[in-house]
Design a binder for this molecule. Structure first.
Ligand code: S3P
Length: 167
């Protein structure tokens, strides 16, 4: 099976940790779109948002999505807002199986409340913002090939479920 394994989901849904664990077990490479955007631009995500804005970031992110979707047999760890641009999901699905890691706003908030590097949640009411963004994005996330419950603190459940689905 040389299709990519694509992980989408809100910030804090566990994409990066699950991607790393899958990579270890399957001996596959992880491509994290946020890291590739940062490398391409020579700035952190936070700096890109501050200096050039979200629209510019989304343009860069879409370029990276097109590039990584051409690869085969890799694990793609996507930024949480990747579904905001419709054609991204089309490219990702063309090259891989897309898994949505589903977590509630409360679980997400608990996981990321002490982190400072996520520009979109740098607001006085992060939980409210999570609920609002998740509400907007849910119909898009639900277009994934598979929906995986990612509410548990342990990543073992989602990892095993994804491994089963790709067998
Ligand atoms: C974003 C999620 C982030 C990053 C950027 C925007 C979003 O990625 O791409 O801050 O719009 O949800 P993670 O989901 O890896 O934190």
């Amino acid at each position: 099976m040389d299709k990519n394994i694509v992980l989408i989901g809100f910030m804090g849904s566990g994409k990066s940790m699950i991607a790393c664990e899958l990579a270890k077990r399957l001996k596959r490479q992880v491509l994290a779109t946020d890291r590739l955007v940062e490398l391409k631009e020579g700035q952190t995500i936070d700096e890109i948002f501050k200096s050039k804005g979200e629209t510019y970031f989304r343009k860069l992110e879409s370029e990276i999505i097109k590039e990584v979707s051409l690869r085969r047999g890799v694990i793609i760890d996507c930024g949480g807002g990747v579904v905001c641009v419709k054609e991204n999901l089309k490219f990702l699905k063309a090259g891989g199986i897309v898994f949505y890691l589903d977590a509630t706003p409360e679980v997400i908030y608990e996981r990321i409340r002490h982190e400072k590097h996520r520009p979109l949640l740098n607001t006085p009411d992060p939980l409210g913002r999570i609920k609002e963004l998740l509400n907007q994005r849910l119909p898009l996330y639900n277009q994934a090939d598979h929906i995986i419950d990612a509410n548990d603190a342990s990543i073992e459940g989602p990892v095993v479920e994804i491994l089963k689905k790709i067998k």
